[in-house]
Design a protein around this ligand. Sequence first.
Ligand code: OAD
Length: 228
Amino acid sequence: MKRLVVLTGAGISAESGISTFRDAGGLWEGHNVMDVASPGGWARNPALVLDFYNQRRRQLHTVQPNAAHYALAGLQQHFDTFIVTQNVDNLHERAGSRQILHLHGELTKSRSTKYPNRVYDIQGTELNLGDKCPGGYQLRPHIVWFNEPVPEISSAIDWVVEADIFLVIGTSMAVYPAASLINYVQSEVPVYYIDPNIPETPFNRPVIHIRKKAVEGMNLFRSEYLKI
Ligand code: OAD
């Protein structure tokens, strides 16, 4: 089986009703991104940060995977499929995809503020001040914030260098190191990019651009390029 490696961003979940980051003009659901997605924001106002992610978690219960998530899961019948996602939602899992790396963390998990490797499932939707890890330290959302390391990037690179086909869906390719993954794709491997907008920075390799939203773009990708 050929190996298909997919990099997804907020755009694949847009048609499920989750807003993207940069389309919202620097605001993320009405908040300054640095207030809710940085260690500085957490230090200044942890209650606000917890509340913000509690809202995102509640929203997750009201949205469903869309046809693009399901189409990707369906490709597992034809390819050894690996998904590297920048998204913190669980829509790929809920659509049935299995080999998934969450580069920027997961909404449904918390981690210890003292021991970053200690990650826990969140029961329900709420994480509050006073919720502590077994070691007695405050729990925080298991989200990679700005200026924080991205520990999963080395596993993602390992997948990308082995790709036979590389597919990018719904990301502005503006956030690093995620955006640098395309540089690890072998030169002879075809690269497809489904997104209605072209990023400002060109890539230093040929990329087949499918300028469509994720659902329509996935249909085209399957029929026109994979011929399945
Ligand atoms: P962005 O908000 O930067 O980019 C969203 C992309 O989705 C844009 O290129 C849009 O053109 C595209 N898009 C919008 N609607 C779409 C649709 N229906 N179908 C397909 N594409 C669509 O989101 P990301 O690139 O995912 O990090 O952002 C990367 C990271 O920046 C995020 O993971 C987050 C953010 O800060 C953290 O939270 C650490």
